[in-house]
Each structure stands twice: as structure tokens, then as C-alpha cells.
Design a protein around this ligand. Structure first.
Ligand code: THU
Length: 157
């Protein structure tokens, strides 16, 4: 038997000002995207912004439904939108922000397992790391690649 230890590396920033310009712009786009959230059941409003490697940014927000499983998270709304508009470009980064009662949450919202799996698919397709920026009012986490959030990624390709 061999004992194995898995380490996850990520960066923590305390304000948007600490981010490099491109990340800051993506974080701000995710915050702005919260406005499109439709969350009458959870009152948890989430926005996401995806950057393609050609520089284009596509945003999405969570969309709920009276039949709960029919709703979709902000991350997948934005990723599927971006991917459907890719025209040969690849997804290179995603930012996520959440609000409650009209106020950006202090802590970053961390993506659900399904969203992580979709990130993994598009990262694999691109052949390079997709960074994930989770934006809270009090702290911002930057993960350099999807592996950091989804170790042992399932990849049948
Ligand atoms: N949600 C997201 O959109 N992204 C996350 O990272 C966490 C959860 C949504 C799903 C649902 O509309 C609401 O937040 C409560 O779970």
C-alpha cells in the first residue's frame, strides 16, 4: 500500500483591485451577470462569465423552474452559451459570483459537481488549462485549472 496525498493550489485575493486586468474584467462581468438570475425558489442569485481564447466574453445566470431539476446553474448557462457561440474558439476561463438579498455574498460560491464536470469537458476540448475565478465580496479564489476543483476528472475522450 502506498499513501498518497493530493494538494490543491489556489490563490486568494482580498479585493478586485488585486486581480490582473483580464481577471478583474471577467469578475466584474460575472457580478453584472447576476442581474439576469431567475431564482424565485432559492433567492440565491448567481452570475457567471466565460472568456473564450479569442477574447470574447459570454455571461449567464442561474435559471430556476417550478420543476426544480429543470433549472440550470449560472456556470452551465454561461458555458453552454459560450460554447454554442464558439466558432472554433475554446473556453479559457470562467468567473462566478453570487448574491443574496441584492448583496454580493462575502464568500465565493463554489460550483456544483455537474458544473465542474462541464468545465472539465471544455477544458479537455481546449487542450489547455481553464482557470476558475470564484468571486466573493470579502475574498476571491482563483483556481489555475479545473483539476484543482475536480481531481481525477472523468474523461472518456
Ligand atoms: N447555483 C448556481 O447557479 N451556481 C453555483 O455555483 C451554486 C448554485 C444556483 C442553483 C440554484 O438556482 C441556486 O443557485 C441555489 O442552489
Amino acid at each position: 500500500m502506498a499513501y498518497k496525498l493530493l494538494k490543491i493550489e489556489y490563490e486568494e485575493f482580498l479585493s478586485l483591485d488585486e486581480l490582473e486586468a483580464a481577471d478583474r474584467a471577467l469578475a466584474e462581468a460575472a457580478i453584472a451577470a447576476i442581474e439576469g438570475s431567475y431564482a424565485p425558489y432559492s433567492n440565491f442569485n448567481v452570475g457567471a462569465a466565460v472568456r473564450l481564447d479569442d477574447g470574447r466574453v459570454f455571461c449567464g445566470a442561474n435559471q430556476e423552474n417550478a420543476a426544480y431539476p429543470s433549472g440550470l446553474c449560472a456556470e452551465r448557462t454561461a458555458m453552454f452559451y459560450a460554447h454554442s457561440q464558439r466558432k472554433g474558439a475554446y473556453l479559457s476561463s470562467i468567473a462566478v459570483a453570487a448574491a443574496q438579498n441584492g448583496k454580493l455574498c462575502d464568500n465565493p460560491a463554489t460550483p456544483c459537481g455537474d458544473c465542474r464536470q462541464v468545465m472539465a469537458e471544455f477544458q479537455t476540448e481546449s487542450g489547455s488549462a481553464m482557470s476558475v475565478l470564484l468571486v466573493g465580496a470579502a475574498k476571491i479564489w482563483k483556481f489555475p485549472s479545473v483539476e484543482a476543483l475536480l481531481p481525477f476528472i472523468f474523461d472518456s475522450l
